[in-house]
Design a protein around this ligand. Structure first.
Ligand code: ZN
Length: 116
């Protein structure tokens, strides 16, 4: 299977613009630039981070297997880093796709003592 999905972009998509560098962000590259992580622009808790595949797919389950494997691997790695950095009890993970139409994973450091 070829992996030419890296060229898929949507000119109106904010995540595509960030990945291309058209909008500045403190993004971090992973897996040869195929996966990115960056702080959520409207964090619901300190350390709220997004993990995003570079190609534009709306839904997580539309990703080719090789890319979804990398996506999950990076999400796990970043979740562990956030748990350490923010002394979180656990990391809330959500995959939505209704806020920005480009697949992404929310990683949200959480404390057991705070119920929200
Ligand atoms: Zn996009």
């Amino acid at each position: 299977m070829t992996t030419n999905h890296i060229k898929m972009t949507d000119p109106n998509c904010i995540f595509c613009k960030i990945i291309k560098g058209e909008i500045p962000s403190e993004k971090t590259h992973h897996e040869d630039g195929e996966i990115f992580s960056m702080p959520d622009i409207n964090p619901i808790a300190p350390g709220h981070t997004l993990v995003i595949p570079a190609p534009h797919y709306r839904w997580f389950y539309e990703l080719p297997d090789d890319l979804s494997d990398k996506f999950m691997r990076v999400a796990k790695k970043v979740a562990k880093e956030l748990k350490e950095k923010y002394s979180a009890d656990y990391i809330e993970v959500s995959i939505v796709g209704k806020d920005v139409f480009h697949a992404h994973i929310h990683l949200i450091p959480r404390q057991n003592s705070i119920s929200s």
